[in-house]
Every structure is written in structure tokens, then in C-alpha cells.
Design a protein around this ligand. Structure first.
Ligand SMILES: [Zn+2]
Length: 383
């Protein structure tokens, strides 16, 4: 079903397995989707050949130069998951950098995640800053997003991590932040599934929250300009420079960092596990395995048949998770279900920067063409 247009017939990309469960998906005349188009653009930016290697050398040289006379070269976020653990290892062992590790504790860490973070920092001899969210306020915001009834329930965590890493970068005089996202394995999150926007967070909390956001680190448009243009902080998706075969990476981080696997992608957080395995597929028809498997097809790590097989069954989930989440939210299971059973909405139903971004379409397109902002940002929001 297409949530924006129920009349739209079902269609699936002929190259990957993205389909009309993404309301704003577009297909070209060959039936290839816009996410494949975006993938090819990023692949061109991060080729796995001499050109990519040269670009990486230049980038690392810039990072080392900026770090001269300072304690750290780069900020690395760490969740205890595969991507961020691999990022830390790459930064230290492959690139010879001195990262400061930042962990945002939103109250939902699994015990494996906590052990993974500690073991990785010990093994690599890295300093760790843990930023603990104000639980009453953060929980209130998470409940507000459930009440808003959009698939963006994890946006408060994603935005807070981003904001906290920037804040610490400024405090430490560090100019670079590594994010552990790889387009080769994780793909590109459709905006209909994950819409990150500080104004959107403020509106949802105002409508459905009990508290004012006094402690939460939001990331508003003003913050973007401050960090990007005034403080000149760069966020680098460093894993894009490397091949990423998950089972090979697992072996390396298990051996070198004492890393333990916890099952599904991003299941290092119990809330994420609940959201990805239960709420998103069952309420919103959103299956994150679809973006991941699609990315793996495009990268040559999976066949299209394997990818389709991987999403054939509805995402399995652990029955006890609902009770666990309800209890952490201080609700009965019935109260919790009453909230999650509300009709599906989209970020478009709330105030956000989106209408303004659309209005500024042409200047944003020009800025993207000139390399002032990432071209992908343009394609993702306006393409
Ligand atoms: Zn596609």
C-alpha cells in the first residue's frame, strides 16, 4: 500500500528491492529507483580504486594537520554496534588517527552494547565520553513521538547523537567527526521512513510531550549553520572509503576489540530492536532490511534473490519486548498499545523545516552543484 497515494499500484525496483512501501519512491523508464540513482552518485564519490585511495590520503592528511598540537584528531561516535566499532578500529589501525570516543546513552543500551563499548575503548586505548540523556525528559520525548504516530520514533536519538558529537567537537577543538554509516551496507534511508529535523522534534514535543526540552540536545537549522559554517566542523562518512563485508568485519572486530554480536542490525539498543522488529514493520509497513539488502545488492554483496528471500517473512520479534518497553515507559501494556494503535501519520503532518527546504529548492540545488552542501542532501530531500 502507498501511504501517500493509496491508488498507486505496487512497484518494485528492477535492480534493488526498494518498492512502493516508500511513498515518495520514483522509478526511471527502466524501472530503476531513485535510491539506486543516489547509490551510483555516492559510489562515484567514493570509488574503491586509486582515485578513492588518493582522496582518502588527502582527507587523512587534512585531519592530521588540523589535529596538530591537540589531544584528538577526530570524534567517533560509539553505540557498541558493528558500524561504530569498525569505524573506531579503522580510525586507529588503518588511518593512524587519535579519536575521542563519544557515546550517547539514551537509557536503552543492551548489556552487550555496554561491554562492546568498554572493550573497544580498552583495546584501542581510547578516551571515552559518555553523555547520559535526562531520562524523564528523553522518555517523555520518545513517548511524544509514539503519539505523533510517524515512523520517526528513533529521530530523537539520532538527532541527539549528532548534536552531542558536534558540541564535544567544539569543546575539544576538534574539526572532524566520523560517522559510521556505509552506503555499501546500510543504504540510504528514505525521508518517509526517517526524517531528521530539529523543528519537527520541537513541534512533536510541544503537541504531545509533558515537559519542556531543557536538557535535550536538539539540532536546529541555526546549529547547522553554526557548526558547519562558523566552526567549520566536517562530518565524514569514513566507511564509504572501504569495502564492507559484514562477516569479515565481524571476525576482525571480534578478534581485535572483543566485540560480541547481538543479532539484528542496530539491535545493540533494546528500543531500536523493538522499533525495527515490531513497530515499523507491523504498524508502518517499513522494513529496514529492505534498504540494507538493496544496498548489498548494489554493492555486489548479495544477489537480488537472496535479498528478496531475506524480506519474505515479516520481521521476527520477541513477544516480551512490548511489555519491557511499556514498563520502561511506566505504562501498562494496554495503555501502550492504545498509543501505538493510532492511525499512521507522516512528518508532513507536523511543523518542520521541510516546506522551507522545498521553497529553497533552486538555491539548494545550486549549492549542491557547487559542492557547498552534499549533493546527496539535495537528492534526498528534493530529488
Ligand atoms: Zn533500486
Amino acid at each position: 500500500m502507498d501511504m501517500l497515494n493509496p491508488e498507486r499500484p505496487y512497484q518494485i525496483c528492477t535492480r534493488c528491492i526498494m518498492d512502493t512501501t516508500v511513498p515518495s519512491i520514483r522509478f526511471d523508464e527502466d524501472g530503476v529507483c531513485n535510491f539506486c540513482e543516489m547509490h551510483d552518485i555516492i559510489a562515484e564519490q567514493y570509488p574503491l580504486d586509486e582515485r578513492g585511495k588518493k582522496k582518502l590520503d588527502v582527507t587523512v592528511a587534512r585531519i592530521k594537520k588540523a589535529g596538530e598540537g591537540k589531544k584528538y584528531d577526530v570524534i567517533c561516535g560509539c553505540s557498541g554496534g558493528r558500524d561504530s566499532s569498525w569505524t573506531m578500529l579503522v580510525a586507529v589501525k588503518k588511518l593512524g588517527l587519535r579519536p575521542l570516543v563519544v557515546h550517547f546513552d539514551n537509557g536503552w543500551n543492551s548489556s552487550i552494547a555496554v561491554a562492546n563499548i568498554k572493550n573497544a575503548c580498552d583495546a584501542l586505548d581510547l578516551d571515552l565520553v559518555t553523555y547520559v540523556a535526562d531520562w524523564d525528559e528523553f522518555r517523555d520525548l520518545q513517548i511524544a513521538f509514539l503519539k505523533a504516530s510517524t515512523p520517526d520514533v528513533e529521530v530523537p536519538t539520532d538527532v541527539a547523537i549528532h548534536a552531542v558529537m558536534h558540541k564535544i567537537a567544539v569543546e575539544e577543538g576538534v574539526k572532524f567527526i566520523f560517522n559510521g554509516h556505509s552506503f555499501r551496507t546500510e543504504g540510504i534511508a528514505p525521508k518517509d521512513w526517517t526524517y531528521l529535523d530539529g523543528r519537527y522534534i520541537r513541534d512533536v514535543q510541544k503537541l504531545f510531550g509533558k515537559f519542556k526540552l531543557n536538557h535535550f540536545h536538539n539540532f536546529n537549522l541555526g546549529d547547522y549553520f553554526y557548526y558547519h559554517f562558523i566552526k567549520r566542523i566536517e562530518v565524514i562518512p569514513i566507511l564509504n572509503f572501504f569495502p564492507y563485508v559484514k562477516k569479515d568485519v565481524d571476525k576482525i572486530i571480534e578478534a581485535e576489540l572483543g566485540w560480541q554480536n547481538y543479532g539484528g542490525h542496530h539491535h545493540e539498543s533494546t528500543y531500536t530492536k523493538f522499533i525495527q522488529s515490531y513497530l515499523l514493520p507491523r504498524k508502518f509497513h517499513v522494513d529496514k532490511r529492505r534498504t540494507e539488502n538493496s544496498a548489498m545488492i548494489r554493492s555486489g554483496y548479495m544477489t537480488r534473490e537472496e535479498a528478496l528471500e531475506g524480506v519474505k517473512e515479516l520481521y521476527p520479534y520477541d513477544e516480551t519486548l512490548i511489555g519491557y518497553v511499556a514498563e520502561k515507559f511506566d505504562m501498562t501494556e494496554a495503555e501502550f498499545r492504545e498509543i501505538t494503535d493510532q492511525p499512521v501519520k507522516s512528518f508532513r503532518d507536523y511543523k518542520s523545516y521541510y516546506p522551507m527546504i522545498r521553497m529553497l529548492g533552486l538555491p539548494i540545488k545550486t549549492a549542491a552543484q557547487l559542492g557547498i552542501i552534499p549533493r546527496l542532501l539535495y537528492l534526498k530531500f528534493l530529488g
